[in-house]
Design a protein around this ligand. Structure first.
Ligand code: IPE
Ligand code: IPE
Ligand code: MG
Length: 259
């Protein structure tokens, strides 16, 4: 029986973010090139999109390529770009049919033109999707994002649009690439590493973390449901005590980036 039947539909995360790690090691254990692992990883993307769609989770963010990944061997980087362009073109129709809206966060200006064009087209084609927001973090790093948001705030203060005394958490949250999206309730990392690798540092302040040794290409729908089940067993205290939580209306991570 699928684990989906054990999930409480009233306590779903509004946003699940995934660090999709372990493609290279998946390939290596099979005596294959790293690129084969990346290729296989695309099938896992399809599976988790499908699972999120079935559960009606509103936001799914997928860390596909980090700022630091630009420093990998040129051959691997160009292979990944080709693969992404190919996958985007192939999947757009299906995403549209499934009422998915695609977004991208990251420094897309660094992407080669052909990749940027394919991505823009997918975003445009899916812009009326309402069932699930799929956010690809591409050429993304949290430190890059926080740096450019800080620069923007400084520009606004210098030009007199914003007063220093008016800067609060919301000011910054609203200038992040995730502005308007709920903060991740659950962060999943596959591939066995216990680190965050420059991903959504601000937004994950109160996320629940779920780490699994499973390599990304082996991660499927049931693994996703398993993570949701574990999430539903956690007590999110936001600094309070358990006793306080019992007597209070449930506290939420209220720093949704656009409120
Ligand atoms: C994740 O898998 C995909 C990207 C970072 C692009 P890796 O390529 O990092 O695989 P491992 O961690 O080396 O196994
Ligand atoms: C994190 O994986 C980035 C993505 C999954 C896109 P990495 O493989 O780049 O992370 P590190 O180097 O192990 O921290
Ligand atoms: Mg890795």
């Amino acid at each position: 029986m699928s684990l989906i039947n054990r999930i409480d539909p009233n306590r779903l995360p509004a946003h699940v973010a995934i660090i999709m790690d372990g493609n290279g090691r998946w390939a290596k254990t099979r005596g294959l090139e790293r690129g084969e692992g990346h290729k296989e990883g695309i099938a896992s993307v399809r599976k988790v999109v499908e699972a999120a769609r079935k559960l009606a989770i509103p936001y799914l963010t997928l860390y596909a390529f980090s700022t630091e990944n630009w420093d990998r061997p040129a051959e691997e980087v160009s292979g990944l770009m080709d693969l992404m362009v190919h996958a985007i073109a192939k999947e757009t129709e299906g995403l549209k049919k499934n009422d998915v809206k695609v977004h991208c966060i990251g420094d897309v200006e660094r992407l080669p033109n052909y990749a940027r064009t394919a991505l823009d087209e997918c975003i445009r084609e899916t812009e009326s999707g309402t069932a699930l927001n799929v956010v690809f973090a591409l050429s993304y790093s949290s430190r890059w994002e926080l740096t450019q948001s800080t620069q923007q705030i400084v520009r606004e203060v210098m030009s007199g649009k914003l007063r220093e005394s008016d800067i609060d958490e919301e000011t910054l949250a609203n200038r992040l690439t995730t502005s308007g999206m709920p903060n991740p309730d659950l962060l999943i990392r596959t591939g066995g590493e216990l680190r965050i690798s420059n991903f959504l540092l601000w937004q994950c302040a109160y996320s629940e973390f779920y780490f699994t040794d499973t390599y990304w290409p082996d991660f499927g729908e049931e693994d996703f449901y398993q993570a949701i089940l574990e999430f539903q067993g956690r007590e999110r205290r936001y600094g309070k005590t358990s006793e306080q939580l019992e007597s209070l209306t449930p506290s939420k991570d209220s720093s949704t980036n656009n409120d």
